[in-house]
Every structure is written in C-alpha cells, then in structure tokens.
Design a protein around this ligand. Sequence first.
Ligand code: IDP
Ligand code: MG
Length: 147
Amino acid sequence: MPGTKTLTIIKPGAVSHEYIGPILKIINDHGFHISAMRLLRLTRKQVENFYAVHNEKPFYNGLVEFMSSGPVVVAILEKKNAVIEYRRLIGHTDPSKAEPGTIRKMFAESVERNAVHGSDSDENAEFECDFFFSRSERFSLFDPLHF
Ligand code: IDP
Ligand code: MG
C-alpha cells in the first residue's frame, strides 16, 4: 500500500522571494494536510547528511552551499499516495522541463534553485521525516488524538 506522507523543503531561494505563503496555499489547495512544519536554517553538516546519496554528483558542493545559505521551511505533508502525488505537483527537477501549473514551473529560478524538495520514495520519506521531526512534533490526520 502506498504511504500517506512526504517531506517537503521550501528552499532558500523561494523563502527569500517571500514564496512561503503562495507555495503553502498551493499545497493546501491540492488536498495535502500539513502535519508538521518548521522554519530553520540548515547547517552545512545537516545538508551533507540529508543529501548524502548525491555526494558523488558534480552539483553536490553547490547544492550544500545553496541549501545552507538561508532559512528554509521543512514540513511533513499527508495525503493518500503522498510521495507520488507531491512529486507530480512539484514537477521536474529542471524547471525548464516542468509542466505548467507545477510548483517548480511557477517558482524555481534554476535546476539548482528549484524552489522545493519532495521525497522520492516512501522509504526516503520515512528517513527524511525522521531527520527533522520527533513524534511529539507531528499532528497526523490519521491520529485520532489530534483530529
Ligand atoms: P529532485 O529534487 O527532483 O529529487 P535530485 O536529483 O534528487 O532531484 O537532486 C537533488 C537536488 O539537487 C535538486 O532538487 C536540485 O536542487 C539539485 N540538482 C539536481 N541536479 C542538478 C544539476 O544538474 N545541477 C545543479 N543542481 C542540481
Ligand atoms: Mg531527490
């Protein structure tokens, strides 16, 4: 059964352009529930660990520099089939290849400064949600204690 949560990051470029509100509105309008959220600045070490799978890639150093360059919003989004649905909503990694109406098409500046992150599998979503949020910081739709 596909999972119900994914991790997003509104990246420094989008935050500095005051796109937090517009992006969160699109997320809500597409039926995602925000079950955890925080505004913070990532350390280089945190970015290196978060993007460890890319550490051999030519863009890795630039990515670490960019992602630690200013505040970001991290959030857990819930919806049926969340990972796939959110990847569809954000669009292609390279905004010039992203479909109209996708978040990256609307808000990305370049392939690196592409506005948002979205988990690429349920397994990575688990890792990424655990990377940022403890149990007590999550308010799941599926938890009868909260909703
Ligand atoms: P994704 O974010 O669509 O899953 P990944 O391949 O996982 O894309 O790459 C992680 C992030 O690294 C991208 O979102 C983007 O910020 C950056 N990135 C990926 N490919 C390139 C590139 O070719 N040049 C510069 N930055 C890149
Ligand atoms: Mg990825």
